[in-house]
Write a protein that binds this ligand. Structure first.
Ligand SMILES: NC(=O)c1ccc[n+]([C@@H]2O[C@H](COP(=O)([O-])OP(=O)(O)OC[C@H]3O[C@@H](n4cnc5c(N)ncnc54)[C@H](OP(=O)(O)O)[C@@H]3O)[C@@H](O)[C@H]2O)c1
Length: 241
């Protein structure tokens, strides 16, 4: 039986946080399925390395250095993506994690975490939403965290980070409601401990249960599925390898 083509094949997908970790693994996995990966993060060299790895494997990718907390930079990111083709998929993986005990969090640090992890997702989703609606639809996957899921184990020093992840899950649900009438779907994915730089910063003693490549494979599977009836859902990843 002939293999069915992946939904991503021939489409344009924007991936934030694609200079390393889950975002980079996702960009690579998305490009392997035939999408043109438009990759965003701040680190120019690391982003170029992502693009080089994708192109070396025969895929298509474009780097657009972007700070997701900067709305005008995000507008430029989506304008460049749209010149390649209307963005059909968006994966928001960019995030920061500052570990500080609750009574020591400065307002500046709190606002910085909010601006990247929550406003950054808002900036990207809003820009993508308009283009997706105008093109007749699109699929969004936002990376939240088990840190943003009620009644999971929480760790000290992560009040700001955890709060943003609760926000990402709520924002995704809101986008799904408004996307229903125009073919835009949105889900959030909430991993536990994934083997990346961020995990080592968050809690060096935590053992990773999954790899970035496994999370990327899950994202690619979600993007290929007709998940409109599950739009708005948060998918928690509890499993250990
Ligand atoms: N690792 C885990 O255990 C785990 C668990 C649950 C959820 N998550 C979530 O999974 C996602 C990916 O995390 P990861 O573990 O892969 O982290 P990571 O290795 O630290 O990568 C974070 C990515 O975000 C980018 N980034 C940070 N600030 C940015 C900004 N202002 N604008 C644009 N890009 C920015 C970084 O690139 P630059 O520094 O070059 O900008 C990098 O590409 C995050 O949303 C994280 O919260 C991770």
């Amino acid at each position: 039986m002939a293999e069915r083509e992946h939904w991503l094949a021939g489409r344009v997908a924007v991936v934030t946080g694609a200079s390393r970790g889950i975002g980079r693994a996702t960009a690579e996995a998305i490009a392997r399925e035939g999408a043109h990966a438009v990759v965003a993060a701040r680190g120019v060299e690391a982003l170029d390395a992502t693009v080089a790895a994708i192109r070396d494997s025969g895929g298509r990718a474009t780097a657009v250095p972007t700070d997701v907390s900067d709305a005008s930079a995000v507008k430029e990111l989506f304008s460049i993506a749209n010149d390649i083709g209307p963005p059909a998929a968006l994966v928001c993986a960019a995030a920061t994690l500052e570990r500080e005990s609750f009574d020591e969090i400065s307002l500046a640090s709190w606002e910085y975490t909010m601006s990247v992890n929550l406003t950054g997702v808002f900036n990207c989703c809003r820009a993508a939403f308009t283009m997706m609606r105008n093109a007749g639809g699109g699929r969004i996957v936002n990376i939240a965290s088990l840190s943003g899921v009620y009644a999971t184990e929480k760790f000290p020093g992560l009040a700001a980070y955890n709060t943003t992840k609760y926000g990402v899950i709520g924002l995704t649900e809101a986008i799904a409601v408004e996307g229903r009438s125009c073919g835009v779907t949105a889900v959030s994915l909430s991993p536990g401990a994934v083997d990346t730089d961020m995990l080592r910063r968050a809690n060096p003693s935590l053992r990773a249960g999954v790899t970035a490549a496994q999370v990327a494979a899950m994202i690619v599977t979600l993007l290929d599925s007709p998940f409109s009836i599950a739009s708005g859902a948060n998918v928690p990843l509890f499993s250990n390898v």
